[in-house]
Design a protein around this ligand. Structure first.
Ligand SMILES: C[S@@+](CC[C@H](N)C(=O)[O-])C[C@H]1O[C@@H](n2cnc3c(N)ncnc32)[C@H](O)[C@@H]1O
Length: 199
């Protein structure tokens, strides 16, 4: 939001397809790690599947710099660091049906009632996840927070746009852990994963 000299407040972000600034070969599989943090999961995924493009997005520039460093140091040209706000990215920048898989791993659960409006997985956002996925594309979510996990599953079911996916949908990456998942496991907490297929 910017304030112009004539006193009008206006939203500067307009629809700007990601391909306007980042050339993406859409003939290759494309996956998105949304709120990727320091990007360890995305880097492992990119290393495992060099033929896939892995978009790794986070709001914090410092974290995205770490993703960029991983991409350079591990020679992963298919790992694309994006500094972007999640809602804007999925609602305004990613074209319909571009992605094979979206990973939303251990997002902030905002457990307090007064903060719950900040949760990403509100019912309306499911429409965008469905929009940006290919038919049959997979939405992969994990959390250590049981109420947030249940809230997300409720919204996925309620959307009518997804069905529970079979284990094969994320079996190829079951051994990969994000930075936060590792931290929670070390702290003795349990991280639960779920995968949903776009109808
Ligand atoms: C709890 S961390 C999880 C990071 C990573 N997915 C993992 O599992 O290690 C949540 C991440 O989401 C990012 N984030 C929070 N709100 C965001 C938003 N609105 N847009 C983009 N990233 C956001 C934070 O900067 C942080 O890196």
């Amino acid at each position: 939001m910017k304030k112009r000299s004539d006193g009008i407040y206006f939203l500067t972000e307009r629809y700007a397809p990601i391909e306007d600034f980042l050339p993406i070969d859409t003939s290759r599989p494309i996956e998105l790690d949304l709120g990727c943090g320091d990007g360890d999961f995305a880097a492992q995924l990119a290393a495992r599947y060099p033929e896939r493009t892995i978009l790794a997005a986070d709001l914090l520039l410092g974290r995205i710099r770490k993703v960029r460093n991983k991409s350079e140091q591990r020679n992963l040209p298919n790992l694309k660091p994006l500094r972007a706000e999640s809602r804007l990215l999925i609602s305004r920048m990613i074209p319909d049906g571009m992605l094979d898989r979206v990973h939303l791993l251990c997002p902030d659960p905002w457990p307090k009632d007064r903060h719950s409006f900040r949760r990403l997985n509100s019912s309306d956002i499911m429409m965008h996840f469905a929009r940006i996925l290919k038919p049959g594309g997979v939405f992969h979510f994990s959390s250590d927070d049981a109420p947030y996990f249940e809230f997300t599953v409720r919204n996925l079911e309620g959307s009518g746009l997804f069905a529970p996916a079979d284990k094969a949908a994320i079996a190829d990456i079951a051994d990969l852990k994000s930075d936060f998942e590792r931290q929670w496991i070390e702290a003795g907490r349990t991280v639960v994963h779920t995968a949903w297929r776009k109808l």
